[in-house]
Design a protein around this ligand. Sequence first.
Ligand code: DGJ
Length: 753
Amino acid sequence: MKLNDKTLYAPEYNIETLINIETNTAALVLGVCQDSSLVTCHFGAKLDNPRSYISSGIIAKGEELPKAISAFGGSEHNAIFRVTHVDKTLATELIYLSHLTAEIDENRTETVIELRDKIHNISVALHFLACKAEDIFECWTVITNKLAKNNVNNLAKNNEADSITLHNYASFELALSNLTADYYLTSFFGLWEREASMQEEKLCFGKKTLENNYGTWSSFGFNPAFILSTEGKSHEDFGEVISGAYAWTGSWKMDFNYNFNKLAHDREQRQLLTISASNQVIAADYQLALGESLTTPKFILNYSSQGTGQISRNFHRWCRQYSLRDGDTPRPIVLNSWEGAYFDFNETVLVNMMDGLAKMGGELFVLDDGWFGVNEFARDSIYSGLGDWQVNNTKLPNGLGFLIEQAKQRGLGFGLWFEPEMVSPHSQLFKQHPDWVIQQTDRDNILYRQQLVLDLSNPAVQAHVYQSVATVLAQYPDIAYIKWDCNRSFTNFGSQHLTKDKQSHLWYDYVQGLYSVYQRIEQNFPKVILQVCASGGGRIDFGALKHHHEFWASDNTDALQRVFIQWGLSHLYPAIACANHVSICPNHQTGRSLPLKFRFDVAMSGRLGLELNLSDLPEKSLQFVQGAVKSYKSIRHIVATGDLYRLLSPYKSDYAILSYLAAKEGVLILFAYKLKHLLGQLMPMVKLKGIDAAKTYLVKEINLHEQQQPHCRQNGMLMTGSDLLTRGVRLTLTEEYDSAVITFTEQNQLTKN
Ligand code: DGJ
């Protein structure tokens, strides 16, 4: 044993090197100490002189700096990094080796900091990709069981001649030391048909964990994201807010460990909040053989000094630019067949639906579940057919080609539903490959929605899943859209492909397998629009969005509940990606009846679509529907790419009001929904945000019924930006579920046109 005079209670160190990773307004400042440890000096607003905040020598009370990544075995107990080395020892002490910052393009830099254990040759490379304009840091870690050739400072004692086992391997750890006692955490909880509900709580001492152990789903239970206010309860427009989201379409956890900094041992307050995000969940140890690496998913860190509104705009801009396919191309208006027909259709039913869609002015018809499975395996219910992706010729005797042609003749695109990761026990595929499902063979299978999950850790299964979709796309090049569904989670965890000692790799390898399938689809069919769906909104995360164009927000199409679901999701994900469908009344999920205009106005604040059969709507509705679709087309590009400003929260009032501003085009679109009507109720003035005070705007309400009076007193008037910002507009929403869509167009834009 080596003895030295180090003490935990009066730490002494000098920061020799500062690593300052900056965006336009935010900075993550890490420091390399004399003893080569890496510490977090600051995360927050960009500083002119970060050094002025850091003591050196014997550290002043309350100013100890936490490790940038806490490894188990040194002075850290709650470590986010824990490994069993080849010699079965448990301790790791990570020290700094080097760092490098490279410019990727005008907006982005990537900093890589390489750490290694003092004794063993294991490398931990921290990656930070800073996106300046969006104030976003993409953070991930690469862990390598290294060859001993770079035997830096002669520290390497031995080669890791065998495997090491990673127990904890977080993507990122953020240590906020002694910043405030008033942290407020917002999380997004929910399940099937009630996704992304919001809750805000004060963090008390102790550990708070948000997590998801479903395996295939990332966003049931909790959406993998949080918003943390450091200045009391969060506010839409002011206050410092830190937010994080996990780009991973599988299981994950985020820990908020709020405690005393354990280095502290006197009467000064030494609070430390560490936030970590990991894809490592229960039973997910990972072995690395010599020379092997594991790359963690990306954690997306977001900073705003101006409240949660700016956090959302940062996420949206970043996502459209870097983490969404074709992020600036408005999406077609889709009619999806599910709620209009379920499994009960034939060619006539589908062609009638297409007729309806064409009449309404829609653009793309999507045939949902039920089109495949041959003979006894026909997919006429949830009991059979998954895995057999051949058209059901009994139901559709003229095949997909006929349907695609019918759509074309009506000026519509054609899309198709798949659930390619799954198999029904009652299918040809299962008969041929029972070994392809996730299960422990000596235990009973657990069916969920009468189906099983295919084991995507197996390359043969990956190839098959890719082929099942690719074969259909290659045969029918006019298919323009795929809805990729996923309706169950892992149970009976076991892979018949992974070796016995690597069963716990399943969680990670499954998702990597899924991503590799998506990549092949993207490469070979780049024009096909991909929607991610998982029993509604079970896979809404930035990892999935990177491979898709949009997500199905929820199987709940009740517009009142959708106001809340879309409100929650709007904090994180851009409107262009949020598929909202108008369905019939009474609503199939809640039994509620809501006005058609309300249903359209709610759906129009994202990617508008339809989930109905026109013949199920009262005949007199057609004219309104046609007008609504036309109105949407006139504002779709603003909704798709404008900046979101939320004006009144449904969690805090009887209304929900939001707007999208396209500053360059000089247009703002406002959506207002009345959720509850009470006599004597306040009818709010709505002050706009983000517009130019010096400009003049024409106020125009759109999407009104014939003869309907406008809801906005200023309708048709020219108003100054200053008045709209300071006094606003008066909305007279006089009934429950009244709603309004109002455009504000800069006067100079009007004269231009
Ligand atoms: C679940 C999806 O969320 C629905 O939209 C629909 O596609 C069904 N699956 C079909 O089985």
